[in-house]
Design a protein. Structure first.
Length: 261
């Protein structure tokens, strides 16, 4: 099946603006699943507030109306994930059928937000407490609507991870790179950032939903653009030119990074 999701991959990877890239991903999922609202939900352990980003048409609730982390934890899809560990795209009705009932408190949240219970969730970051996209429709979501999410789940998670990494990088280094810094694509920026954190090529590929071979190609491009011969050199050049945040206290990365792949 080929649809909007596969059509916008290049646009998302080339987009430097985080909000625009996230909107492209949301609109692609809405178009391919024939749903009307996409919400990216993030809940972190120990934090009382949930982070929600709403895309699509429909009612826009005021900040005080948005659900908190406790409300998300009461949602059948959250409880289904926590209980089963299943990361496949799942409809709310399937979670209810599995025994995670729709409680009265959650129904009240739906009423406040003016959304239906016809929802399907795609887990974005399985390793975290809760990171996912919830797509909402005015009528029951059929198996045909589910198919794009099921077929492209790995790709969608990789694109979402790419976007969230870009957002994190913008927050860590809000100042523009030096005037003489090499021009990197958004994809190369995310790979360089993950190299900076010490991730191997296999770990980077898993995070971004691509093969280690593809990661190595991005690394080769980075070495060429940065004039570096290995990972450590690329990271050091990135720090000197403002492409990466400077090390705290002037410390340099561990030289052992040079041998990681």
């Amino acid at each position: 099946m080929r649809g909007r999701i596969t059509d916008v991959v290049a646009d998302i990877l080339d987009e430097h603006d985080v909000a625009t890239a996230r909107a492209l991903l949301a609109e692609a999922m809405l178009a391919d699943t024939d749903t009307e609202m996409a919400t990216r939900v993030s809940v972190r352990a120990g934090r009382p507030d949930a982070l929600l980003r709403i895309h699509g048409h429909g009612f826009r609730p005021a900040a005080e109306q948005l659900p908190r982390a406790a409300d998300i934890r009461g949602h059948p899809l959250y409880r289904y994930r926590a209980r089963t560990g299943d990361t496949r795209p799942t409809r709310l009705e399937d979670a209810v059928r599995a025994g995670c009932h729709l409680g009265e408190a959650t129904r009240r949240v739906f009423e406040t937000l003016r959304i239906s219970a016809h929802q399907v969730e795609l887990t974005a970051s399985p390793g975290r407490e809760y990171d996912g996209w919830t797509l909402i429709a005015p009528s029951p979501i059929g198996r045909l609507q589910m198919r794009p999410l099921e077929e492209h789940a790995r790709l969608l998670r990789g694109l979402d991870s790419h976007i969230e990494l870009l957002a994190r990088m913008r927050a860590l280094a809000p100042i523009a790179p030096d005037a003489g810094a090499p021009v990197l694509t958004p994809r190369e920026q995310t790979v360089l950032h993950l190299m900076h954190t010490g991730c191997t090529a296999a770990a980077i590929g898993s995070r971004l939903g691509v093969s280690p071979r593809t990661v190595h190609k991005h690394q080769e491009n980075l070495y060429r653009k940065l004039g570096a011969c290995d990972r450590l050199g690329a990271v050091l050049v990135g720090q000197r030119t403002g492409l990466l945040p400077s090390p705290v206290g002037g410390e340099e990365p561990d030289a052992g990074w040079a041998g990681r792949v």
